[in-house]
Design a protein around this ligand. Structure first.
Ligand SMILES: [Zn+2]
Length: 396
């Protein structure tokens, strides 16, 4: 059977931009390698985000890995907990916890930055140590992660009202009022009290731009069926971000660690490629995830996002295609969701994809790979998990 490689550029797709003469960042980017594959590929669109679910990377990457989010998704926090191999009880409630910059923790407050100025892990670590001290003896346990992305475990919280609070992801409410979220936090007094204690410490601490914690994406521990049993492939994931590692780990896949993989535009592309190729020598399937286009979309930076897509094309797609040219491999190129620069957040539009089979190149694919050319074919997959199925079938 053919090997299967997913190359996923997080948030790569977007909407047309005036500043790019009405083109999307993907269409405007110089991507000769993806464009060379397109005519020889099966192209189309895939609804990675099920109707009614939030268009998050957690939902969409779960679907691309072949799991129906409607059945398996419990929250973003639980996925990232799986990434860390955290031991949890089935009634624990796991929150994703950002270090954020808010103007003030009052109803008049505004979300200034979901990442505290892209705080480094090195600067965040002592803050998390102190937050753990503040939390000691209470319901909550902060768990350090990387950069601005951390976790908060609420003992036996899955059976409490906290499990049902609706808190918006901080990247969705940039420069917006936080009043409705504060009102939701306030309905669970222990959580509200901990957030206020954390704010009192962080706002006074001058080593970083962080002024508050922001718990969101809470749920019960994740429980996914094994990828190998589901698909008959021995699989691995390569990513800088905890949520993709968590999905992989929860699915029983190998999680390939790459030094210098940081989720930003200067990530270690060559290291990711090498890790994927090394794994494919004995394994069957690798899911390579690159975070940078999404981050650029959140920053609202069209030119930087275009550049991040060009880097993905030059430094991920090109070396992979070259290395695998004479093998029997199905290469899927796609993104988990749209992150339009004009929106600075995700949308649920169906994502463009291409499926290229090294042994059976097609001749009827579109001339180049963009949102529009993918939409111009009649191929539409109504469920994200269908793309993994299609990739497997393409290699048979
Ligand atoms: Zn994002």
């Amino acid at each position: 059977m053919s090997k299967v490689l997913f190359l996923v550029a997080d948030g790569m797709a977007g909407w047309p931009l005036d500043i790019l003469d009405g083109k999307t960042t993907l269409a405007a980017a110089h991507t000769p390698n993806m464009d060379a594959l397109a005519p020889a590929s099966l192209c189309g669109r895939c609804q990675t985000v099920p109707n009614g679910m939030p268009p998050g990377s957690d939902v969409a990457n779960m679907a691309l890995l072949g799991y129906d989010p409607n059945r398996h998704h419990t929250g973003r926090g639980p996925i990232e907990a799986a990434a860390q191999g955290l031991r949890l009880d089935s009634d624990d409630l796991v929150w994703r916890m950002n270090l954020v910059t808010v103007s003030d923790l009052t109803p008049g407050g505004v979300m200034r930055d979901y990442s505290s100025g892209h705080i480094t892990t090195q600067i965040a670590a002592p803050l998390l140590t102190r937050l753990a001290e503040i939390a000691r003896g209470g319901l909550f346990t902060p768990v350090p992660g990387i950069q601005y992305r951390h976790l908060l475990v609420q003992k036996n919280g899955a059976t409490t009202a906290a499990a049902h609070l609706t808190i918006r992801p901080p990247h969705d409410i940039l420069d917006q009022s936080i009043e409705q979220d504060l009102r939701a936090f306030a309905t669970f007094p222990e959580l509200d009290a901990f957030i206020r204690q954390a704010h009192a410490f962080l706002a006074a601490e001058t080593s970083s731009a962080a002024t508050s914690i922001w718990p969101w994406g809470q749920g019960r521990p994740l429980n996914l069926p094994e990828f190998t049993q589901q698909r008959g492939l021995r699989g691995a994931v390569v990513s800088a971000v905890d949520l993709v590692k968590g999905l992989g780990r929860a699915a029983g896949m190998d999680v390939l660690e790459v030094d210098g993989a940081n989720g930003l535009i200067d990530t270690n592309y060559e290291g990711k490629v090498q890790a994927a190729l090394d794994f494919l020598r004995h394994g069957d399937s690798v899911y390579v995830h690159v975070e940078a286009p999404d981050e650029c979309g959140h920053m609202g930076k069209a030119v930087l996002k275009r550049q991040s897509i060009e880097l993905f094309d030059q430094r991920i797609v090109a070396p992979i295609v070259t290395a695998l040219r004479d093998t029997d491999t199905t290469i899927v190129i796609t993104c988990d969701h749209f992150t339009p620069v004009v929106r600075r957040t995700h949308t649920e539009d169906p994502v463009p994809f291409l499926v290229y089979q090294t042994r059976a190149p097609r001749t009827d694919g579109p001339a180049v790979f963009t949102e529009d050319t993918a939409a111009s074919t009649d191929l539409f997959l109504p469920r994200g998990e269908d793309l993994m199925t299609l990739a497997l079938e393409s290699g048979r």
